[in-house]
Write a protein that binds this ligand. Structure first.
Ligand SMILES: NC(=O)c1ccc[n+]([C@@H]2O[C@H](COP(=O)([O-])OP(=O)(O)OC[C@H]3O[C@@H](n4cnc5c(N)ncnc54)[C@H](O)[C@@H]3O)[C@@H](O)[C@H]2O)c1
Length: 269
């Protein structure tokens, strides 16, 4: 390999650029996991379309990427709105002419009530964003990927797709649904070149967790949860980004319909 080729294949830190040139949408890119994942994916060579329903948080992620020396585009979108998701994918195609990958990561926390105290509106809000949002993203991303021969989709589920903790009925239901929807999409489109997988994070240090762990009704649960992580700590957002990078890359070419657990041993304990 010539010196020039070696440089092109690696970033400034000497890491391989395994996503070189791939056009990838990241939703929830203004949040904890989304923002750090964008930095990981950009460093691997991805051409990112970063999206969030929060213009200010999305722009802050874009500014960070630019400061790191990476170009990207921000598109404001609400994953709970079909028109908004459709426009996000259309804008991506207008910008880049193709779509190779998606990290469907936007999500909201539960209302933190026992099931019978949840209002129908609270239930529907959680399901709309955390489950229907992933459906809508895939509904519009898949045709765009088929048009260029395939792609890779990574959906953020949760360890709570496998186990229950108190007062999370709509979140547990939505994230279990994301795991099932991931398998369904993997089944429907695998033969046509689209890989679809889910990441099941443990507790990751993000604004969502900061909000939840400060609530008196959930603080004790988070203390208990920390001890349940075999590594005796919560995860960092970039540790989810690293898993997403691998799944989005051709290195994960035989991984399909999988639930990739990235949780410091939370589910194994
Ligand atoms: N942090 C954790 O411990 C943890 C664990 C398991 C799963 N998750 C999941 O990881 C994902 C990211 O969580 P996080 O911890 O980074 O949370 P976060 O609150 O820091 O970020 C979530 C982002 O999603 C955006 N968002 C919310 N609703 C949206 C909508 N309707 N349309 C578009 N964007 C929207 C928010 O503006 C925010 O920027 C979520 O799906 C979450 O459920 C997080």
């Amino acid at each position: 390999m010539t010196e020039l080729n070696r440089n092109a294949a690696h970033n400034a830190n000497g890491m391989p650029r395994v996503l070189e040139g791939k056009v990838i949408i990241v939703t929830g890119a203004g949040g904890g996991i989304g923002r750090e994942s964008c930095r990981v994916l950009a460093a691997a060579g991805a051409r990112l379309v970063i999206s969030d329903r929060s213009e200010s948080e999305g722009q802050a992620t874009l500014a960070l990427l630019n400061a790191d020396g990476y170009e990207a585009n921000f598109v404001e979108a609400d994953v709970g709105s079909e028109a908004s998701v459709q426009a996000l994918v259309a804008r991506t195609l207008a910008l880049h002419g193709r779509l190779d990958g998606a990290f469907n990561n936007a999500g909201v926390e539960a209302a933190n009530k026992p099931l019978a105290e949840l209002t129908l509106a609270e239930w529907e809000h959680g399901i709309r964003i955390d489950l229907t949002g992933v459906f809508l993203c895939m509904k519009y991303q898949i045709p765009a990927m088929l048009a260029n021969g395939g792609g890779s989709i990574v959906n953020t589920a949760s360890g709570l797709a496998r186990i229950a903790v108190p007062c999370q009925a709509e979140y547990i239901s939505a994230k279990s649904g994301v795991a099932g929807l991931t398998r369904a999409a993997a089944m429907d489109y695998g033969a046509r070149g689209i890989r679809v997988n889910a990441i099941l994070p443990g507790v990751i240090r993000t604004p969502m967790i900061a909000r939840l762990s400060e609530m008196p009704e959930t603080a004790a649960m988070f203390n208990h949860a920390r001890q349940r992580h075999i590594l005796q700590r919560f995860g960092e957002p970039s540790e989810i980004g690293e898993a997403a990078k691998w799944l989005l890359s051709d290195a994960a070419s035989f991984v399909q319909g999988a639930e990739i657990v990235v949780d410091g041993g939370f589910l194994a304990n």
